[in-house]
Design a protein around this ligand. Structure first.
Ligand SMILES: Nc1ncnc2c1ncn2[C@@H]1O[C@H](COP(=O)(O)OP(=O)(O)OP(=O)(O)O)[C@@H](O)[C@H]1O
Ligand SMILES: [Mg+2]
Length: 263
């Protein structure tokens, strides 16, 4: 990466700003160019779906936005902070406090109750005792799992496990929630349920960026960004950043239900 980052406007509302970001992996002789110059600005309050074929660079981009990986070249600001200037400890704090992650495979700790799973990020953040428990219970209630707090992952459906994972992602009250194919392992009803929760989270003012392969899932987003071969090839706004998300959890009109299933 070049030395001095270009100036960015001090009044920017951008929570994420990438400029000409590249990511290359060396594989023996060959180099894989996972990202070939991505520039992307995401404003506070947006709900963005990132789409694209397998291998187009979606997870690579998400890992950079989530401070789990660094660009080979280019610039990345998170909440106006040039991420390169942060040391490991500050990065860990950013990941814990400002970002909530949701993964395709839920990544809950097995043989551990939903409540304990959701308490974990708070434990890392140093929150203890009744406050930790109450906040975790609150997050579980917010995703409709008030009656499953003592269940371990193997006693929950896929949709319930993913909702517990969403509760874990939001329990620290992060401004930004990132999800890599959060509905990839779910049937369409559970997928709609989980997306409804992401819409609700967004309606509360949190910025949400998620990866999906499915149009039904992207239909919940305010903006759809498409990647091809490590480049942004389409960037389409559906509804205004400041407006409500196009679909909500309780939106169950037949036309909006995935697959048009009668209720
Ligand atoms: N750690 C790595 N080492 C080498 N190559 C990698 C690494 N991670 C990703 N790649 C390569 O970078 C490219 C982009 O991968 P990425 O995981 O970002 O794709 P994706 O769009 O998320 O695909 P999928 O939809 O299958 O999850 C692929 O060609 C992949 O093989
Ligand atoms: Mg991926």
């Amino acid at each position: 990466m070049s030395a001095a980052p270009p100036a960015r406007p001090a009044f920017s509302r951008a929570v994420i700003e990438l400029r000409r970001v590249t990511k290359s992996y060396s594989r023996g002789e060959a180099e894989v160019h996972a990202l070939r110059g991505v520039s992307l600005v995401v404003e506070r309050g947006d709900l963005v779906a990132i789409m694209g074929a397998s291998g187009s660079g979606k997870s690579t981009l998400m890992n950079i936005i989530g401070c789990l990986d660094v660009p080979t070249r280019g610039h990345f600001w998170l909440d106006g902070v040039d991420v390169r200037t942060l040391d490991e400890e500050s990065l860990a704090t950013v990941r814990n406090r400002r970002i909530g992650f949701v993964f395709q495979s839920f990544n809950l700790i097995p043989r551990t109750t939903a409540l304990a799973n959701v308490e974990l990020p708070l434990a890392y953040a140093g929150v203890r005792g009744p406050e930790r428990r109450d906040r975790a219970l609150g997050a579980l209630a917010a995703v409709g799992l008030a009656d499953r707090t003592r269940h371990v992952p193997s006693e929950m459906s896929g949709g319930q496990q993913q909702r517990a994972a969403v509760a874990r992602a939001i329990v620290t009250n992060p401004a930004l929630v990132l999800a890599d194919e959060p509905t990839g392992n779910l049937d369409s009803a559970s997928s709609d349920e989980v997306m409804g929760i992401f819409s609700d989270i967004n309606a509360q003012g949190r910025t949400v960026v998620l990866i999906t392969h499915e149009d039904d899932v992207a239909a919940f987003a305010k903006r759809v960004v498409r990647l091809r071969d490590g480049r942004v090839v389409d960037d389409h706004r559906v509804t205004p950043v400041d407006g409500p998300p196009p679909r909500r959890g309780r939106d169950r009109s037949p036309a909006s239900v995935a697959g048009g299933m009668p209720s």
